[in-house]
Structures are given as C-alpha cells and as structure tokens.
Write a protein of this length. Structure first.
Length: 329
C-alpha cells in the first residue's frame, strides 16, 4: 500500500497556496443540472456572496470576488463532488485554497441528492447518476463556460468526499457493481434498494471519464460497490484521506480496506477524527443552525487547524500531478 501518514505528518508539507481569500467566484443557476459555483484566481478583494436561489439552510459564509476577471491562462481544472445530501459549497474553503493556488474549481449540486432537493437521495439511481453529473460538469467547463479558453483541457482533476468520493472512484476507473449492496442488506430488509440488489435489477456500472488525470478522495462511502478486481483499472495518481472514527454511514475498516485494494501506490492519510472533519470549518452561526455537521469526534478535534494542513496537502498533490514543479508559479 502507499504512503500512510497521520495528520501530524502534514505539518511538514510546504504551503503552496497563498492565504485564502483571493478567489474569484461565479455562480451557476441557469440549468437545473448545473447549479453551483466556479472558483478561480482573481486579483480583487473578496466579499460575502449572496446565493439567491442557491441558498441552503444555515449560514455558510461563502466569500469571493464575484464575477471578477479570471487571472491566468492554461489553468488546471478541478471538479468537486459533494457528499450525500450536501451542496456545492460544502468544501468551499478547499475550493478557495485551490483557486488561490492557481486552479479553476467547479462544483455543482447533485440533482436529487442535495441540501435543497432530496427527491432521489435514497434511490439506487443516485449511484448511477452521480458520475454522469460530473461528466456533464466537465463537458460544460471545457465546451460551454464563457471563460473556457483559460482552461487547459489536458489538466483535469477531481475532489470527492463521502458519496462524492465513491463518485470519483467510478469516474477514474472503478467498476461499481450495485448488486453488491446485498452485502449491507439485512436478511429481513425489504427496502426497494435491497430487493433490487437481490433480484439483479440494478443500473449498469456508471461511466468513467478519462479526462480526469488525478483525484483526491476523502472518506469513501458505499465501499461495498467495489472489490479488488473492480478497482484494478484505476491508473491515475490518487490521494486518499480517511477518518479513523468514520460515522454517518462510513465505516473506517471498510475505507481502510478500499485503500489497501487500490492499484499502484496511492498517497494515504489517516485523520484521528470522524467523518465530518473534511467539511469546511463551521462559523458559530452555522454550528448553531446545523450542529450535526459541525460537531466533531472527538469534540476537541481542531477542524480549523486540520484544514490549514489538509488544504495545503490537497493543493500540493494537485500541483505535483497537474502542473509540475517546472511550471509552478
């Protein structure tokens, strides 16, 4: 297996991103399948961004220099896939850090599985549609985004968390077999998904996207969908983060098993905390409004301090594999 580190080891990583807060931002709200935001390098000062129709419950404090001109050319692109029931801004501090470091970041709400639309959240179709959502996003960014000329189409990466990390595994070459859901179905479970898995009435394995050249995946959910053979086709650099304590449907021993079954030598980091440690640190207002996503395990875990090192490491990994030292600014 690849390099294993604890959070403490991240202290030795060099800080490649400039101080957060210089990211430009554009909101996407013209297409129900493309509701989200794009972060990018910008020379203006950030302000609080009003989300309008994209507002979610709780005050997330999204900041950016709205609609400012993109600074740079031939920039790498990183797409973000959020977790179950979350939203496009769930990891906005990481997106901002990458934009500050010279990346374009695009994130959207997964239709039917986000904070404002739970219509398909527990349907088997979500496991099949999520990768398609991301392919649609890459298509838009490379072919239809008004500033598409600044993107280098040969430099595309992916960041995924929880069910978004499952999404990423599929896109980079993992062959998800939804019949394997029977592994987590109890004998007396007669829910629609378990019955479909037992009968074999499941969607085919979702498509891959060879345009994605590198991925960072945090606390992979739905690990039951893969065995070692299903992961054997993954041939790109991976940085894997997993929590020691898991929670909210993510079981640490299973995320560890998946990490051990990945081909090549992925860079693996183990964090002494629970599942939500990877979400953007919460303001006092957000913690009061949505305590579930703001309460860490253990309760004294320093999410803010961890994210300084986490964001630096994620930026470093993407820079190494999408930019290269000779072109690092």
């Amino acid at each position: 297996m690849g390099l294993k580190t604890s959070i403490a080891c991240a202290l030795i990583l060099s800080g490649l991103a400039s101080p957060a807060g210089a990211a430009g931002i554009q909101l996407l709200d013209s297409d129900p399948a493309l509701q989200g935001a794009i972060w990018y390098p910008c020379a203006r000062e950030p302000k609080v961004v009003a989300l309008g129709n994209l507002t979610v419950p709780g005050e997330f404090g999204l900041m950016g220099a709205k609609d400012c001109p993109v600074a740079g050319t031939r920039l790498p692109l990183v797409i973000f896939s959020h977790g179950r029931g979350a939203w496009f801004g769930a990891h906005h501090d990481t997106a901002e850090a990458l934009a500050d470091a010279g990346f374009i970041v695009a994130a959207i709400n997964h239709p039917g599985d986000n904070a404002n639309d739970s219509s398909r959240r527990d349907k088997m179709s979500v496991w099949a549609s999520r990768p398609v959502d991301m392919i649609h996003l890459v298509d838009f960014m490379l072919h239809d985004w008004k500033d598409r000329a600044v993107i280098d189409p040969a430099r595309v990466g992916l960041f995924g968390f929880s069910l978004g990390a499952y999404t990423g595994l599929v896109l980079v070459g993992g062959n998800a077999d939804l019949r394997r859901m029977t592994i987590v179905c109890k004998e007396d479970d007669r829910t629609e998904n378990c019955e479909r898995a037992r009968s074999g009435d499941v969607p085919p394995s979702p498509p891959h996207d060879p345009r994605i050249k590198v991925a960072v995946l945090a606390d992979i959910a739905s690990t039951w969908a893969f065995d070692r053979a299903a992961l054997s086709g993954i041939q790109i650099p991976l940085q894997i983060w997993r929590s020691e304590l898991g929670g909210y449907g993510v079981v640490a021993k299973f995320t560890a098993l998946i990490a051990s079954q990945l081909p090549g030598s992925p860079e693996v980091h183990v964090v002494p905390a629970g599942h939500y440690a990877f979400l953007t640190p919460c303001s006092a207002e957000l913690a009061a409004a949505v305590p579930r996503i703001c309460t860490d395990n253990p309760v004294d875990f320093d999410r803010t301090g961890f994210h300084r090192e986490f964001n630096s490491s994620v930026a470093r990994f993407f820079r190494e594999h999408l930019v290269g030292e000779s072109e690092a600014r």
